[in-house]
Design a protein around this ligand. Structure first.
Ligand SMILES: Cc1ncc(COP(=O)(O)O)c(C=O)c1O
Length: 407
């Protein structure tokens, strides 16, 4: 008889997410996040009251209009229709309602998408530095995660490294643009190159390599930039979206998978996605959120204000000797840690009541991440502390480290 009390698979999965769980339980953030006066820059969480429009929509749609109001829901027609209108407007493509699958955020969308396309033994490529959970989600789907690093000079995809990682077992690649944590929007040239090599691999091995395009931050874009969606370049793409970022309400779980009209064999995938969704623990959003979706589609946090916070922090950090690039989108700044040990440096920042995420938690030692979702008062309070921590760290800086190589 086995003495193993838990499933081996979940142990492997837990192992894959252990840097995150360790941070959640053993870090200075875990100890101090609720202290009064703390400046919490760790996660993309709200530090201000929710959007009034969000609260109004939830109140309005919570009132039942018929006896089936809170019955089991799949992807509600009104929610699908609103997503189709939005995608047609934003992407200029005739997305179809039957190709929209409402999920509880991008977490579930990724899990459902992987469940629909991968078999045990398949490989799925993810890009490092990654979002915390890609590796665990791939392992949970029974596939092998294959890590490919970005080009650290440019924060762009390293197409040569991706090509080298593709094998006969490669079934999918997860690409996240704009990228958490680098803030990079992959440019058309890169996406064309990626599409070329995925097409060649699919032809060579005679089965499609799917592109799972994590577009969680596709509406958190700075400087009026265009957003080239990876799905526009490669037909075998599954578009993954969450409203958690645009609404800055990640506890209200709402997102979707969309199959672009350019995708071949969509009908087969529709059935697979639906089955995967049911088997992923009925991964549909609550009825209330689906009714509210047409209203929520029109809402967003103030992107100009987010950009203002980015600009203010970048300027102040550079003035005090930090190396930091300017992100093109997302919630995050990614300064270089003046110490190679980024955990130690974030502990030094914590002495000034500033909490930031060590880069090592997202496979990027030597950096730390700042979330721009901190409020203005936190930024006001934190700026002198960032400067003071740099002054204390300065003696250990290499001579050329004040130059900014990643603008
Ligand atoms: C890149 C990326 N993908 C997916 C998610 C998951 O989003 P949600 O929690 O809204 O499902 C996040 C959230 O932080 C993210 O940063």
């Amino acid at each position: 008889m086995s003495t193993q009390p838990t499933s081996r698979r979940i142990q492997t999965v837990a192992e894959r997410m252990s840097p995150f769980t360790r941070y959640l339980t053993e870090s200075t953030w875990a100890e101090r996040q609720h202290e009064p006066g703390i400046c919490d820059f760790v996660f993309g969480n709200p530090h201000e009251m929710p959007l009034p429009g969000l609260v109004d929509a939830l109140q309005r749609w919570s009132i039942p209009q018929n006896e089936l109001w809170y019955a089991y829901k799949e992807s509600e027609p009104s929610a699908r229709a609103a997503v189709v209108v939005s995608l047609r407007e934003r992407r200029g493509l005739p997305f179809e309602p039957d190709d929209i699958f409402l999920t509880n955020g991008a977490f579930a969308a990724l899990s459902v998408a992987l469940g629909a396309v991968v078999d045990p033994g398949d490989e799925v490529i993810f890009i490092s530095p990654p979002w915390f959970f890609y590796e665990a989600l791939i392992a949970a789907a029974g596939a092998s995660p294959v890590r490919v690093k970005i080009d650290l000079e440019t924060f762009d995809l390293d197409l040569g490294a991706i090509a080298a990682a593709i094998t006969a077992k490669t079934r999918a690649i997860i690409v996240n643009s704009p990228n958490n944590p680098t803030g990079k929007i992959y440019p058309p040239r890169t996406l064309e190159g990626l599409a070329r090599l995925l097409t060649e691999a699919s032809q060579h091995y005679d089965r499609p390599v799917y592109l799972l395009s994590d577009e969680s931050y596709s509406r958190i874009i700075f400087d009026d930039r265009d957003y080239p969606s990876p799905t526009a370049y490669y037909p075998n793409s599954l578009l993954i979206y969450t409203y958690g970022k645009t609404l800055l309400a990640p506890g209200q779980r709402l997102g979707y998978i969309a199959l672009p009209p350019t995708m071949p064999d969509r009908e087969l995938l529709r059935a697979a996605i639906f089955a995967s969704q049911v088997m992923t623990g009925y991964a549909f959003p609550n009825a209330l959120l689906q009714y509210a979706l047409p209203d929520l589609e029109r809402l967003s946090i103030d992107i100009a204000h987010l950009q203002h916070k980015r600009d203010r922090l970048v300027a102040a950090l550079r003035d005090t000797g930090y190396q930091v690039h300017v992100p093109e989108g997302t919630f995050y700044l990614l300064p270089r840690s003046p110490w190679a040990d980024d955990w130690a440096f974030t502990d030094l920042l914590a002495e000034y009541d500033i909490l930031c995420l060590p880069g090592a938690v997202v496979e990027l030692p030597g950096y730390f991440r700042i979330s721009l979702t901190a409020n203005d008062a936190m930024i006001d309070r934190a700026l002198p502390g960032f400067a003071a921590a740099m002054q204390r760290a300065m003696p250990t800086l290499p001579a050329d480290s004040s130059s900014d190589t990643l603008s």
